[in-house]
Design a protein around this ligand. Structure first.
Ligand code: HEC
Length: 148
């Protein structure tokens, strides 16, 4: 239920208040993560590798590009919608709801690689380690900026 609502919020578009309404309303993991921590870091810390993003680009072309332009997942509106929210939240949505018609049809690694591709499209820096294909670990990595 919650992930579907997030998708709608995102689609409903760019509507920052929809996004903050959501995290406020459910008091869920997103809110907890951002309050939670000392250990939280952001995608500005270098959380994926260039090689991973290149794999993700190929996976995206193969499994996502029939319905999405990659430009949907970068730029000021995307960054505003995701500000203060966890990469894990996006991972959970994408890995359980996408591709539409074949949800969960990719491997965890492929989903993580696609998110790395999105990070590169947003010009977030690369680092020494790959973005983990693990929802719990990804919940500790936030998009920069104050949650709205
Ligand atoms: C067959 C068409 C189709 C394919 C293929 C597809 N999607 Fe989607 N996607 C949709 C539709 C339709 C929605 C909006 C409805 C929804 O939320 O279920 C959506 C919504 C999304 C959203 C949330 C809204 C947004 O724009 O931020 C993300 C993120 C997303 N898709 C990522 C992906 C990724 C990553 C892949 C490849 C693994 C993928 N999609 C493959 C049709 C598709």
């Amino acid at each position: 239920m919650r992930v579907a609502a997030i998708a709608l919020g995102v689609l409903a578009a760019g509507c920052a208040s929809a996004a903050s309404g959501l995290s406020g309303a459910d008091g869920g993991p997103a809110a907890d993560t951002s309050r939670g921590a000392a250990s939280a870091r952001t995608v500005l810390a270098g959380v994926y590798t260039g090689e991973q993003a290149t794999r993700g680009q190929q996976d995206f072309q193969q499994s996502c590009a029939s319905c999405h332009a990659v430009s949907e997942f970068s730029g000021p509106i995307f960054q505003r919608i995701w500000a203060g929210r966890a990469v894990g939240e996006m991972y959970e949505f994408v890995s359980t709801m996408m591709p539409d018609g074949d949800p969960g049809g990719l491997t965890p690694q492929e989903y993580a690689d696609i998110l790395a591709y999105f990070l590169r499209q947003n010009q977030y820096p690369t680092g020494g380690a790959e973005l983990p294909a693990d929802a719990a670990a990804l919940r500790g990595i936030l998009f920069p900026g104050p949650a709205r």
